[in-house]
Ligand binder design. Structure first.
Ligand SMILES: Cc1ncc(COP(=O)(O)O)c(C=O)c1O
Length: 385
């Protein structure tokens, strides 16, 4: 007889609990060292005012999909603004980065095509590739030579797509975008770059890492989330006009979903104003990130090589990561244990996300608390990845 669903689900939940993989929903508490609000914009009064004003004018809900009654001039305006900022012909706004990645990978790659995907890509890129009719080939993380070989030996009838994050969300390291761009040029492949954690923070204009390492001409489309450094919600897919037009016509996550509340477009205009006019915010994030990395290493805490605002402290087993996180939370630091499937098994970690509001004394206090929780002392080297 078939096992009742409830027993099966209860069994699955028990297994999660036994393996220290059961999640709890915990509201923010303490100093923020875990959110993606890198520039500290989520509570900025200028964004809040613009959003409140827009709710008063446009109401709460958009009432339909963008292709029906859910469209507003505000979406057009902010998409034009984002495209200009990113240096692409057009941009299209989605209600989340997850949906934007599903849209890109289920719309452009077709049967007969192959998606070459970095092994550490975000779940939304993995799911997009799985939903796509194209074949998926996973390449070792950031490994240009392995990708070159795979591009050479994998039989492909149609297009080749290379898909990567520019700044990896759980490891804080960066993809070799210039090498990928020249590889794609010589192999006739198309590069898709998820700039979720780079947009707003990296690049001299704050547009992300494509700006410094590849150039938009080498990228088919980029995905730029707006709920992280931009402090609001959603994501912009940016690229050539023909590519964006095709998403509007064919991307199911865009077509078959209610448009986001119109007020988010107004808040995003305010956010882009700040990213453009206050470059000191992103410089501060970088200064604090460097400081955090140095302090951790001095305290004997192994820190992977890199420069970004995302600093993983890898603890290995789930129980240890949970214990260290709880210890730090008790001392007023909001850090979370990151466990599989968000990261590979055996690499549970504390993911420190440095934002512009973290002060130097906080970094010192946090470093001491983390060293005590991990039971380490003395200087440590930087671990090369
Ligand atoms: C690399 C990456 N891409 C996409 C997403 C999804 O974006 P969103 O949270 O807007 O759905 C995330 C979210 O964590 C991410 O880290």
């Amino acid at each position: 007889m078939r096992e009742p669903l409830e027993s099966r689900v209860r069994e699955r939940l028990r297994a999660l609990e036994q393996n220290q993989l059961l999640r709890t929903l915990t509201a923010p508490a303490g100093i923020d060292l875990s959110s993606n609000d890198y520039l500290g914009l989520a509570r900025d009064p200028r964004l809040c005012e613009r959003m409140i004003e827009a709710v008063g004018r446009d109401g709460c809900g958009s009432t339909g999909s963008r292709l029906l009654r859910g469209h507003r001039d505000g979406f057009d305006a902010v998409e034009r603004r984002f495209a200009e900022f990113k240096g692409t012909e057009r941009a299209l706004y989605f209600s989340s980065g997850y949906l934007a990645n599903l849209a890109v990978l289920t719309t452009f790659p077709e049967a007969g095509d192959v998606i070459f995907s970095d092994e550490l890509n975000h779940a939304s890129l993995i799911d997009g590739a799985r939903l796509s009719a194209a074949r998926r080939v996973v390449f070792p993380h950031n490994d240009v030579q392995a990708l070159r070989r795979l591009l050479e030996v994998t039989p492909v009838e149609g297009q080749r797509f290379v898909v990567t994050e520019s700044l990896f969300s759980m490891d804080g390291d960066t993809a070799p975008l210039s090498e990928y761009a020249s590889l794609c040029r010589s192999a006739g492949a198309l590069l898709v770059v998820d700039e979720a954690h780079a947009v707003g923070v990296h690049g001299s204009r704050g547009t992300g890492l494509i700006e410094t390492s590849a150039g938009s001409a080498d990228v088919l489309v980029s995905i730029n989330t707006a709920g992280k450094a931009l402090g609001v919600a959603g994501a912009f897919v940016a690229g050539a006009a023909w590519a964006i037009e095709y998403l509007i016509q064919r991307a199911r996550p865009f077509i078959f979903s209610t448009a986001p509340p119109p007020a988010v477009a107004a808040a995003l205009e305010a956010s882009l104003d700040i990213v453009i006019s206050e470059p000191e915010r992103r410089r501060l994030v970088m200064t604090r990130a460097r400081m955090m990395r140095e302090r951790l290493a001095t305290a004997g805490i192994p820190v992977p090589a890199g420069f970004s605002q995302i600093i993983p402290v890898i603890l290995g087993d789930n129980e240890r990561a949970l214990a260290v996180a709880r210890d730090l939370q008790r001392q007023g630091f909001d850090v979370r244990a990151i466990r599989p499937p968000s990261v590979p098994t055996g690499t549970a970690r504390i993911r420190i996300a440095v934002n512009a509001t973290i002060s130097e004394p906080t970094i010192d206090r946090f470093t001491m608390a983390l060293a005590a929780a991990m039971n380490v002392s003395g200087p440590c080297c930087v671990v090369s990845s």
